[in-house]
Ligand binder design. Structure first.
Ligand SMILES: NC(=O)c1ccc[n+]([C@@H]2O[C@H](COP(=O)([O-])OP(=O)(O)OC[C@H]3O[C@@H](n4cnc5c(N)ncnc54)[C@H](O)[C@@H]3O)[C@@H](O)[C@H]2O)c1
Length: 392
């Protein structure tokens, strides 16, 4: 692994909690990547996530877009998002790393952190947004700010567009891949771990496409119905931590411990919560056509090898969940209108192109989807480098 451009470890003077910022690469002096809140979060985890952001940035590169990929970065704070002190710790962390946020690191929500919470804390610190470093490079920043604000104000059936685009992309990735195997969405089943921004939207759009979503795990447990869960009812019963109010379950829905999400046979298995949730010992429990990584780094490398040995491919995180990041920049750089229609049309086109390119390459060269996606990201990165230079 190449050394990161910047790694910072912060210690909260009040609670002793650690926070981390890693800028893996800079392009034109800029990096992009969210901030997560997770009890047990480590520098190594944030390093891996930042490297994933470098890949996501280059993977979607299209020379015809205004959006020029940035470098990859990430932040993480070792605290449970449900901890009553979490927002105060977040505020002190952001204040400490403010110069990096202002100049280089364009950030947003990730696991355990909602964009609206992050925006509120940023505003308290005098920041107009969490992507000020990019705005500073644009010829018409006020118009870009307006587009972003307009896009985030779009509500699609009770959920902000910004909280939907990533999971929409995950759903499209999984469906596109399994359609290549000859199955129509109406014949597919899915299991989703995590019911927050990514998992909630992935479940919504899988169900909307006709996929039967048979199990959903949140922090409180697993909810299962082999005839299909009522995803919209569960979304309406979800709290800010992505936990479903169990009083909304139907009599035919059953519950089980959350760990059992790996034991439910399905076509699309969608981890969309924490990292490192599929270990080698779990591979034998999984009975799926494909694992679609909605979460970042959910599958450990030896688990992926064990799954491949059993004929179960893994659509890698930096492809499957790339759309939140890309969408921000398509809106900011003016490649799409700040509407749901324009956003979903662009995601459809780009996700189909990415899945088709990567799957075809993997089939013809006999490599894995991850290796093929990495090769595409690295070819694109070379093209970006040739165009603008990479400084980190
Ligand atoms: N939010 C984004 O924009 C974004 C973009 C790309 C990738 N991701 C990745 O997607 C994953 C989820 O992020 P998010 O933003 O949707 O998080 P979130 O905080 O919105 O939701 C997390 C969900 O996981 C559930 N959860 C927590 N602990 C659990 C446990 N032990 N077992 C089962 N479920 C549990 C929560 O109840 C909640 O439903 C992360 O890996 C994140 O890095 C997020």
């Amino acid at each position: 692994m190449n050394p990161s451009f910047l790694e910072t470890t912060w210690t909260d003077p009040v609670t002793g909690r650690k926070g981390y910022v890693v800028l893996d690469t800079l392009v034109r002096g800029l990096a992009s990547g969210g901030l997560r809140l997770r009890e047990g979060c480590t520098l190594d985890e944030v390093r891996g996530l930042a490297q994933g952001m470098t890949r996501k940035e280059s993977l979607v590169y299209d020379p015809a877009d205004n959006y020029l990929p940035l470098g990859g970065g990430k932040g993480g704070i070792d605290i449970d998002p449900a901890d009553p002190q979490a927002v105060d710790v977040l505020r002190r962390f952001l204040a400490a790393v403010l110069p990096v946020v202002k100049e280089q690191w364009n950030t947003g929500e990730d696991f355990g952190l909602r964009q609206e919470t992050l925006d509120k804390v940023a505003a308290e610190l005098g920041l107009a947004s969490t992507v000020e470093a990019v705005f500073a490079t644009l010829p018409d920043a006020p118009a870009a700010r307006d587009r972003l604000a307009t896009a985030f104000a779009v509500d699609v059936d009770g959920i902000s567009l910004g909280d939907l685009v990533g999971g929409y992309g995950v759903a499209r990735a999984g469906i596109t891949y399994v359609e290549r195997l000859g199955l129509a969405p109406g014949e597919m089943t899915a299991v989703v771990q995590g019911f927050g921004s990514i998992g909630g939207a992935a479940a919504r759009y899988l169900a909307a496409a006709g996929v039967t979503v048979i199990a959903i795990a949140d922090r409180a447990g697993l909810i299962r119905n082999d005839a299909g869960l009522d995803v919209e009812a569960l979304l309406a019963a979800r709290n800010g931590l992505g936990i479903i109010d169990r009083s909304a379950l139907r009599p035919t829905d059953s519950t089980a411990p959350t760990e059992q999400w790996l034991d439910v046979p399905c076509d699309l298995l969608v981890p969309a919560a924490m990292s490192y949730v599929i270990a080698a010992a779990d591979a034998g429990r999984i009975d799926a056509r494909v694992v679609v990584e909605g979460a970042n780094m959910p599958t450990l490398p030896d688990a992926e090898a064990a799954l491949l040995a059993r004929g179960i491919p893994v659509l890698p995180d930096f492809l499957a969940n790339v759309m939140t990041n890309a969408w921000w920049w398509w809106v900011v750089f003016g490649d799409i209108a700040p509407t749901a229609e324009s956003s979903y049309a662009k995601i459809d086109t780009v996700m189909r192109r990415l899945v088709d390119t990567v799957a075809t390459d993997a089939e013809t060269t006999g490599t894995t989807l991850r290796a093929s996606a990495l090769a595409l990201a690295s070819r694109n990165s070379a093209a970006v480098q040739a165009r603008v230079g990479i400084t980190g």
